[in-house]
Design a protein around this ligand. Structure first.
Ligand code: GLN
Length: 304
């Protein structure tokens, strides 16, 4: 051993250097919003919201023990195009933080439109009758719609009995975590036959079913991590499951109750035509998503 002093170890990089490097890594991997994602991953490691984390990062904070390694591991997963929500384990949806991970569809922001419309119709319906609303969410996935509607109705003081249905056992596991705290019942069942005991008594049938046409590739790498059961609706045009949901809604709904269903932007005409032709529905319309595309079928159960 020589007595020469060992070279001074370089100071560990501060957070702003780590985040800057991560932005580069994520951009190179083709991630759509590399800065936002790098900051959200840093915030996740720091256990803070993005704003507070950013303030700390800009103030020159250095990572604590293990934090730089943890951050590097998360950035690596995101660079491999795992959805951000799987990496952090949380998906923001309609003011909630939902637990998600491998094996469950990551809720998309446009589906919040369906929740808002459900809350609007729920409030009208609650004024008409003096009993708790009966709400059913078919193909619930992570439980996003059911949880958000249950919370929204409670905030509005509207008594409701909300039930969610999911066929896939892995997705149902995530749904249970997201629904139990909000008092939503979960049934592991096929949405196309579920709820026989509720026939004719449901006020709102809600669904974001699988509807992607067979030939359509997921637009982004991340969507390939969504279970294909959550995406592909069957048939060349992806309409098999949505049409099945519509038939089920006709059986389940109480007269005057509404079905609200998300669909592909190419399916509005066919689904509204099918709803009208069935004779089971009145007031059939197609509602736009925030980008103005036709994305939601809304219809009221006609009196029997
Ligand atoms: N909108 C979803 C997507 O982006 C599809 C959701 C669905 O099939 N329910 O892939």
């Amino acid at each position: 051993m020589s007595g020469a002093p060992s070279p001074a170890r370089p100071e560990p990089a501060d957070w702003s250097r780590l985040v800057r490097a991560a932005v580069g890594t994520l951009a190179e991997a083709g991630v759509e919003a590399p800065r936002v994602d790098a900051e959200l991953l840093a915030a996740h490691v720091l256990g803070q919201d993005r704003g507070s984390a950013l303030a700390r990062i800009l103030a020159g904070a250095r990572p604590g023990p293990g934090e730089a390694e943890e951050f590097a591991a998360l950035v690596g997963r995101r660079a491999a195009r795992e959805p951000l929500q799987h990496v952090t384990g949380a998906a923001p949806f309609h003011g909630l933080d939902l637990a998600v991970g491998p094996g469950v569809f990551v809720p998309r922001p446009e589906t919040e439109t369906l929740v808002d419309e459900a809350l609007r119709r729920g409030a009208v319906r609650a004024r008409q009758g003096r009993r708790p609303l009966v709400v059913l969410d078919l193909c619930t996935g992570s439980g996003a719609i059911a949880a958000a509607v249950a919370v929204g109705l409670r905030e509005r003081g509207i008594p409701a009995q909300v039930t969610a249905v999911e066929l896939d056992p892995v997705a149902a596991g995530w749904a249970e975590r997201n629904l139990t705290p909000h008092g939503v019942a979960l049934r592991q069942a096929d949405a196309l036959v579920a709820g026989e005991d509720l026939a004719g008594s449901v006020d709102l049938v809600l669904s974001n079913p699988p509807y992607v046409p067979d030939a359509e590739e997921p637009p982004q790498e991340e969507a390939r991590r969504d279970p294909s059961l959550a995406l592909y609706g069957g048939g060349e045009r992806g309409l098999d499951v949505p049409l099945g949901i519509l038939r089920r809604a006709a059986v389940l709904l109480r007269p005057g109750g509404s079905v609200l269903m998300e669909h592909h932007e190419t399916q509005g005409e066919e689904l509204s035509a099918a709803a009208s032709a069935s004779g089971a529905f009145a007031d059939v319309r197609v509602l736009p998503d925030p980008a103005g595309r036709d994305r939601f079928l809304a219809a009221r159960r006609a009196p029997a």
